[in-house]
Design a protein around this ligand. Structure first.
Ligand code: FAD
Length: 467
C-alpha cells in the first residue's frame, strides 16, 4: 500500500535516465522524489558528457572550417583563443540545461533530494549530504545511478596532468603534446577538440581499429581526415606505463609502430566506463549486481525484485543517453501501472567527431557473423553536390538490407552531420522499410539526406553510374 511510504516512487540518480523517469512518473500522477548526489541535475550527460563535449566540438569545427576557407580564397588568419571565455560558453550551455531541469522538477512537484543514496532495505534509501542523513521510504524505486570512468593500472592517479574525460572538458590549458589513451568515441571526440584548439595529439588504441563497434570502412574516412590534420595514431598498441618525467609525462608503449617511449604534457585516459551498481548498497535491498556492477532487468526494466527498476548505463550497453531516457520512460510507465515494455528494434550510435560517424542496427561485420544473406547499398558523398559544395565529400551513406525480407537491417553514415542523418534511418528500421520505401521517398535537393535515398537506389540498381 503506497500510503504507508513517503513516496510512490523514488528515482536514484538524475541523469537522462533518472530525470526522464521522474518527470514521466510525476506526469502520470505519482508522488516522486529524485535523489542526486550533486547540486546540479542532469547526470554525466548534461554536466560532464554529451552536452559540454558537443559545445567544444562545435567550436573546434568552426576553427577548422575557417582554416579550410583559405583553400577557397577566404583567409581568416590564426585563431586567437581565449580559454576563459570558451570555458564560460561551454559552462553556460550546461547551466541553461541543468537549470531548466530544476525548473521542470519543481513544476511537477518532484522533490529533489540532494545527497548520496544508499539502500537500507528493500523499501528505504538513506540519503547522506554534508554529514546529515535522511531516510526516505518508497513503494517503488528506479535505479538510475549511471556509470563512472575506468582507471587503468600503471598510470598515476594523483598527477593533475593525467585527466579523465571530465578533466579534459574542464579545459585547463591547451597542452602542446596530448596523449589520448583509447580510440573509442569519447577519446576521439576529445582528440578532435584539442587538436582543433592547437594541441599536437597522439591517440593510442589497443585494438587494430578505432571505434571497434563500427564497421572498419565507416571509420576509415574519420581516421584519414584526422591523420591529415596531424593526429598521430598508434594502433594495436598498449600503454605499459606513464611516469612523471623531467619535462613532462613519460609514456611507455608496446606495439608495432609505436616508439618505446615518448613524452607528453598531458594524458587523457578514456578507456571506457563501468556501472555504479557496486556503490548503492544493493545487497541491503536484496538486489543482485553482477561482478562488473551491472544490474540485470527484464523488458519492463524490472530487476528481479518486482518493485525495483533499473535503467541507463547501470543496466548495460550501449551506454548512451538516448537509451537511458527511453528506458526511463518505460520504467516510469510500468511503475505507474501501465502496460509497457521496451521494444525498440535498434539504438543509434554517434561519434560527434569531425567527420561524424553514425550507425544503427546491424553492422556489416555483425551481418556477416550471423550468416545473414544481406546486400549493401552505398552512396559516396563524392557524388553529392551538397557535400562537394561544403568541401566535405569524404563521407558516404551505407544501407544494409536483408535479402530475404527486403528490409533495412542496418545503416551507417560517415561525414559531416552523419549524426543527424542517422535519425531517418533509425525510423526506417523501426518501420520495417525496404529499399523501395526509402528510394521512392522524395528527399529535398540538394541535401545530405538525399544520400539516404540514393544509397537505397544503388541497392536496387536504379542508380548505377556514380562515377
Ligand atoms: P548518468 O548520466 O551517469 O547519471 C547518473 C547520476 O546518478 C549522476 O548524476 C550521479 O551523480 C548520480 N548518482 C550515482 N550514484 C548515486 C548515489 N548513490 N546517490 C545519489 N546520486 C547518485 N551519450 C550519448 O548518447 N551521446 C553523447 O554524445 C555522449 N557523449 C558523452 C561524452 C562523454 C565525455 C561521456 C563521459 C559520456 C557521454 N555519453 C554520451 C554517455 C552518456 O553520458 C551516458 O550514457 C548517460 O549519461 C547515462 O545516463 P544515466 O541516466 O544512466 O546515468
Amino acid at each position: 500500500d503506497s500510503d504507508s511510504f513517503d513516496f510512490d516512487l523514488v528515482v536514484l540518480g538524475s541523469g537522462p535516465g533518472g530525470y526522464t523517469a521522474a518527470f514521466r512518473a510525476a506526469d502520470l500522477g505519482l508522488k516522486v522524489a529524485l535523489i542526486e548526489r550533486y547540486s546540479s541535475l542532469g547526470g554525466v550527460c548534461l554536466n560532464v558528457g554529451c552536452i559540454p563535449s558537443k559545445a567544444l566540438l562545435h567550436v573546434g569545427q568552426v576553427i577548422d572550417s575557417a582554416a579550410r576557407m583559405a583553400d577557397h580564397g577566404v583567409r581568416f588568419g590564426e585563431p586567437d583563443i581565449d580559454l576563459d571565455i570558451l570555458r564560460d560558453y561551454k559552462n553556460g550551455v550546461v547551466g541553461k540545461l541543468t537549470k531548466g531541469l530544476a525548473g521542470m522538477a519543481s513544476k511537477r512537484s518532484v522533490e529533489v533530494i540532494q545527497g548520496t543514496g544508499c539502500f537500507v532495505d528493500p523499501h528505504r534509501i538513506e540519503v547522506e549530504h554534508d554529514g546529515e542523513a535522511r531516510t526516505v521510504s518508497f513503494a517503488r524505486c528506479i535505479i538510475a545511478a549511471g556509470s563512472r570512468v575506468i582507471q587503468i593500472p600503471g598510470i598515476p592517479d594523483d598527477d593533475a596532468r593525467v585527466m579523465d574525460s571530465t578533466g579534459a572538458l574542464e579545459l585547463h590549458d591547451i597542452p602542446d603534446r596530448l596523449l589520448v589513451i583509447g580510440g573509442g568515441i569519447i577519446g576521439l571526440e576529445m582528440a578532435c577538440v584539442y587538436r582543433a584548439l592547437g594541441a599536437r595529439v597522439t591517440v593510442v588504441e589497443l585494438l587494430d581499429q578505432l571505434m571497434a563497434g563500427a564497421d572498419a570502412d565507416l571509420v576509415r574516412p574519420l581516421h584519414q581526415h584526422m591523420k591529415k590534420l596531424g593526429v598521430r595514431f598508434l594502433l594495436g598498441t598498449r600503454v605499459t606505463g606513464v611516469e612523471a618525467g623531467e619535462q613532462g609525462l613519460d609514456a611507455h608503449f608496446e606495439g608495432p609502430q609505436a616508439p618505446e617511449r615518448d613524452e607528453f604534457d598531458r594524458v587523457l585516459v578514456s578507456v571506457g566506463r563501468r556501472p555504479n551498481g557496486d556503490r548503492i548498497g544493493a545487497d541491503r535491498a536484496g538486489l543482485d549486481v553482477d561482478e562488473r556492477g551491472f544490474i540485470a532487468v527484464d523488458g519492463q526494466m524490472r530487476t528481479h525484485l518486482e518493485h525495483i527498476f533499473a535503467i541507463g548505463d547501470i543496466v548495460g550497453q550501449p551506454m548512451l543517453a538516448h537509451k537511458a531516457s527511453y528506458e526511463g520512460k518505460i520504467a516510469a510507465e510500468v511503475a505507474a501501472g501501465h502496460k509497457r515494455a521496451a521494444d525498440a528494434r535498434a539504438i543509434p550510435s554517434v561519434a560527434y567527431t569531425d567527420p561524424e560517424v553514425a550507425w544503427v542496427g546491424l553492422t556489416e561485420t555483425q551481418a556477416k557473423k550471423e550468416g545473414l544473406d544481406y546486400g549493401v547499398g552505398k552512396f559516396p558523398w563524392a557524388a553529392s553536390g551538397r557535400a562537394l559544395g561544403m568541401d566535405r565529400s569524404e563521407g558516404f551513406t551505407k544501407l544494409i538490407f536483408d535479402k530475404k525480407s527486403g528490409r533495412l537491417v542496418g545503416a551507417g553514415v560517415v561525414g559531416v552531420h552523419a549524426g543527424d542523418l542517422i535519425g531517418e534511418l533509425t525510423l526506417a528500421l523501426e518501420m520495417g522499410c525496404d529499399a523501395a520505401d526509402i528510394g521512392l521517398t522524395i528527399h529535398p535537393h540538394p541535401t545530405l539526406s538525399e544520400s539516404v535515398m540514393m544509397a537505397a537506389e544503388v541497392y536496387e540498381g536504379t542508380i548505377t553510374d556514380l562515377y
